[in-house]
Design a protein around this ligand. Structure first.
Ligand code: F6R
Length: 635
C-alpha cells in the first residue's frame, strides 16, 4: 500500500537482518577504523562480520560467521590494506549464519562491493530477471547480493565519462526498483577514493571529517574520529569522497542537509573501568536521570517544561486520553507511565504493545495523544505503531534516546531522554529515563488540571531527590552480588510487585531472562493465588518488589503465602518494610524511601544489578546475550 511513507514495509523474507554498517574514505589505513567501528556496532548484531577494502584496483575482502573477534583474527592473519572501504556486522533472524551469507556481497563483475541493513522485499523477482535476462549467477541466498548485481548491471548499461556520477545514477536507478528497506554502503574497485551510501527505513549517518569522511549505522561507530554528523533522510543518496560529499535523493533532486554536533564523545562509548557496558550504564543512572530532568522542571510554577512536545497549553488541556506504546523494556516503562499519568493527571491511559497496536483497530477519540517510546528510535514495531497512529490522524509524540532516529524524526514532537549511548544489549538506564520523563509528562498534564501547586512542588522535590537516592542504591551492588551467588543454581525465578511496581517486576524478570537465560516471570503480587502459587517450591526463588507504600501490607500477605509453601523469598523494600519482613524473607534489600510514583526508578536498579550479578556468576556474555540485538529493526 502506498501512503505517506511509500510502499508498506513488510519484513517476511529470509534472511531478515538488522545490522551495523561502517564505511571510510580518507588518508589513513581503513582496516583499523572499520574494525573499531564494527566493534562499537556489535550490539546491533553479532552473527557474522566482514570488510571490503580497496587496494589499488583490487577489493580485499575478509568475512566470516561469528563475532567480530573472528573477523579481527582473520584480518590479523591476512591484513587488508587500503585507504577506503566498507564493513558490516550482521544479525540474522532466520536464514543461515554462514561465511557465504556474511556481507559484503558483490555484483556480477566482482567490482562492486555492497553492505546492507534492511530487507529487499522484491528480491526474488529481481533475481529471476537478472538470471533470465543477464545470465547472472549468485553465490548466496541473500537479497543484498541481488541489489549489488542490480546496481552493477545498470552501471554496465549506462554511459557517462564521469564514473562517480555513473555509479550514483546506477545506484539511484536500482533503488527505484527496490521495494523494502535499506541502509547501504558500496565501493567500486575502479573508482578511487569513493563510496556511496543510501537509506530508506534503516539508519545511516555521514560523519564529516578533515580530509576523511565516514558512513555508519550509528554515530557511536565514528565519534572517535569526528563529532560532525549528517543524519541522512529516507531516500537520500550520498556520494562520498575524501574531501567532499554530495547528497541527492532517489528521485534525483539535490538534498538538504544539516551538519549536527554529536552530543557525546569516544569516552562515552567505551567501557571505561567497568567490566561490562551493562554495569557501566547501571552506574550512570544518577546522571542519566538528572539529564532527563535537566532544564525541564519549573519550580516557580511547580510544573514541567517540555517544549519539544510542540503543543500549546490549550492543546495539552484538551487531551482526554493517552496511549503509550513501545516494546520490551520501553513497554514496561509505559506501564509505569500508565499509573503515573492516571494518578498525577487523572487522564485515562492505555498501554499497547506496539506490535499489536499497529495491526488492530483501537477505537480512539479526537483528543487522544499517542506516545511512541523507544530508546533506539528505530524499533520496527514501534515505528509501525507511530505511523499507524499518524495515518489515523492522531498526534503522536516520541520519547527517544537516539537523536535524529527515525521515530524521533517522524513523530509530531517529543522528549529526548539525553541518557547518552546505551550499548549493553539489555536496556537499563533508558528504563529509568523513560519513567522519569513520563513523570514529567504526568506532572505537566496534572498541573493543567486538578493538581495543586503544593502537590506539584512535592513531586518536583521527589524527582530532584532521585539522583542522590540512586547513588545510595548503587552502593548495594556488593550485597546484591552476594545474594546473586546464593541463587545462582536456581532453575528459574518469579518476580512480583503491585501498582507502580508491578511493571518493575516485569522488567526484573525480563532482565533476568535475557542475560542469564533463566526462566523468569513477572506478575502482579495478587495474581499468585490465582495460579502462579502452584509453581512455588523450595528451589524457586520469588523476588518481591515491596517498598513501604500504600500496598505494602497486601504485598506482605503474598510474601507470607510463598513463605508458607517454603519458597525462598528476596524482598526489595524501604522504610519500615525491612523490620516487618525480618524472619519472613530470606534476603532483604533496603532502598531509600520515596513517594510511590517515584519508587520504580529506585526499585528497577537493584533488579538490574541482581540480573547482572547472576549472569556474571553463570559466566554469561552480559553485553551480548545470545539471539538478541540492541536495535530491533525487523518485525
Ligand atoms: C530489553 C531490551 C528490549 C528493548 C526493546 C525496545 O532489555 O533491550 O526489550 O527494550 O527491544 O527497544 P527500543 O527501546 O530501542 O525501542
Amino acid at each position: 500500500m502506498a501512503g505517506r511513507y511509500g510502499p508498506e514495509i513488510c519484513y517476511n523474507l529470509p534472511p531478515k537482518i538488522m545490522c551495523g554498517i561502517v564505511g571510510y574514505v580518507g588518508r589513513a589505513e581503513a582496516a583499523p577504523i572499520l574494525l573499531d567501528g564494527l566493534r562499537r556496532l556489535e550490539y546491533r548484531g553479532y552473527d557474522s562480520a566482514g570488510v571490503a577494502i580497496v587496494n589499488g584496483k583490487q577489493i580485499e575482502t575478509r568475512k566470516c560467521a561469528g563475532r567480530i573477534a573472528n573477523l579481527a583474527k582473520l584480518m590479523t592473519e591476512k591484513p587488508p590494506s587500503g585507504q577506503y572501504g566498507i564493513s558490516h556486522t550482521r544479525w540474522a533472524t532466520h536464514g543461515k549464519v554462514t561465511d557465504e551469507n556474511a556481507h559484503p556481497h558483490f555484483d556480477q563483475s566482482g567490482k562492486i562491493a555492497l553492505v546492507h541493513n534492511g530487507v529487499i522485499e522484491n528480491y526474488a523477482a529481481l533475481r529471476e530477471q537478472l538470471e533470465r535476462e543477464g545470465g547472472h549467477q549468485f553465490t548466496s541466498d541473500t537479497d543484498t547480493e541481488v541489489l549489488a548485481h542490480l546496481i552493477g548491471s545498470i552501471y554496465e548499461q549506462i554511459d557517462g565519462a564521469d564514473s562517480k556520477a555513473r555509479l550514483v545514477n546506477a545506484t539511484r536507478a536500482a533503488l527505484k526498483q527496490v521495494i523494502g528497506t535499506y541502509g547501504i554502503a558500496l565501493v567500486h574497485s575502479d573508482i578511487k577514493e569513493f563510496m556511496i551510501g543510501a537509506r530508506r527505513g534503516s539508519p545511516l549517518v555521514l560523519g564529516v571529517g578533515k580530509d576523511e569522511n565516514f558512513l555508519a549505522s550509528d554515530v557511536s561507530a565514528i565519534v572517535a574520529h569526528t563529532r560532525d554528523a549528517v543524519y541522512l533522510n529516507d531516500f537520500d543518496i550520498v556520494a562520498v569522497s575524501r574531501d567532499k560529499f554530495e547528497i541527492s535523493s532517489v528521485a534525483g533532486e539535490s538534498g538538504n542537509y544539516q551538519i549536527s554536533k554529536v552530543e557525546f564523545g569516544a569516552e562515552d562509548v567505551s567501557k571505561g573501568d567497568f567490566p561490562h557496558y551493562m554495569l557501566k550504564e547501571i552506574f550512570e543512572q544518577p546522571n542519566s536521570v538528572r539529564d532527563a530532568m535537566r532544564g525541564r522542571l519549573n519550580t516557580e510554577e511547580c510544573t514541567a517544561k517540555l517544549g519539544g512536545l510542540n503543543m500549546t497549553a490549550g492543546e495539552l488541556r484538551d487531551v482526554s486520553r493517552v496511549v503509550l506504546t513501545g516494546c520490551g523494556t520501553a513497554l514496561h516503562a509505559a506501564l509505569v507511565g500508565e499509573y503515573l499519568i492516571e494518578q498525577l493527571a487523572n487522564i485515562p491511559v492505555e498501554v499497547e504493545y506496539a506490535s499489536e497496536f499497529r495491526h488492530r483497530n483501537t477505537p480512539m477519540s479526537g483528543n487522544t495523544l499517542v506516545f511512541a517510546i523507544s530508546q533506539s528510535g528505530e524499533t520496527a514495531d514501534t515505528l509501525g505503531a507511530l505511523r499507524e497512529s499518524q495515518r489515523k490522524g492522531f498526534r503522536t509524540l516520541g520519547i527517544c534516546n537516539n537523536v535524529a532516529s527515525t521515530i524521533a524524526r517522524e513523530s509530531d514532537g517529543g522528549v529526548y531522554m539525553h541518557a547518552g549511548p546505551e550499548i549493553g544489549v539489555a536496556a537499563t538506564k533508558s528504563f529509568t529515563s523513560q519513567v522519569t520523563i513520563l513523570a514529567l509528562i504526568g506532572l505537566l498534564l496534572g498541573r493543567m488540571r486538578h493538581l495543586s501547586s503544593s502537590q506539584g512542588s512535592r513531586i518536583i522535590e521527589a524527582l530532584e531527590a532521585l539522583p542522590e537516592q540512586i547513588e545510595s542504591v548503587l552502593k548495594l551492588s556488593e550485597q546484591i552480588r552476594s545474594i546473586a551467588k546464593k541463587y545462582v543454581e536456581a532453575e528459574g525465578m518469579l518476580f512480583f510487585g503491585r501498582q507502580f511496581n508491578f511493571p518493575v517486576a516485569l522488567e526484573g524478570a525480563l532482565k533476568m531472562k535475557e542475560i542469564t537465560y533463566l526462566f523468569a516471570e513477572g506478575h502482579p503480587s495478587a495474581e499468585l493465588k490465582h495460579g502462579i502459587i502452584a509453581l512455588v517450591r523450595p528451589d524457586l526463588p520469588s523476588i518481591f518488589v515491596a517498598p513501604d507504600d500504600a500496598v505494602f501490607c497486601k504485598n506482605r500477605n503474598n510474601i507470607e503465602q510463598v513463605k508458607a509453601r517454603k519458597g525462598p523469598i528476596i524482598v526489595l523494600t524501604s522504610g519500615d518494610g525491612a523490620k516487618q519482613l525480618k524472619g519472613i524473607a530470606n534476603d532483604i534489600i533496603e532502598i531509600p524511601r520515596a513517594p510511590e510514583f517515584a519508587t520504580p526508578v529506585l526499585t528497577a536498579i537493584p533488579l538490574q544489578l541482581f540480573a547482572y550479578h547472576v549472569a556474571v556468576e553463570l559466566g554469561c556474555d552480559v553485553d551480548k546475550p545470545r539471539n538478541l540485538a540492541k536495535s530491533v529493526t525487523v518485525e
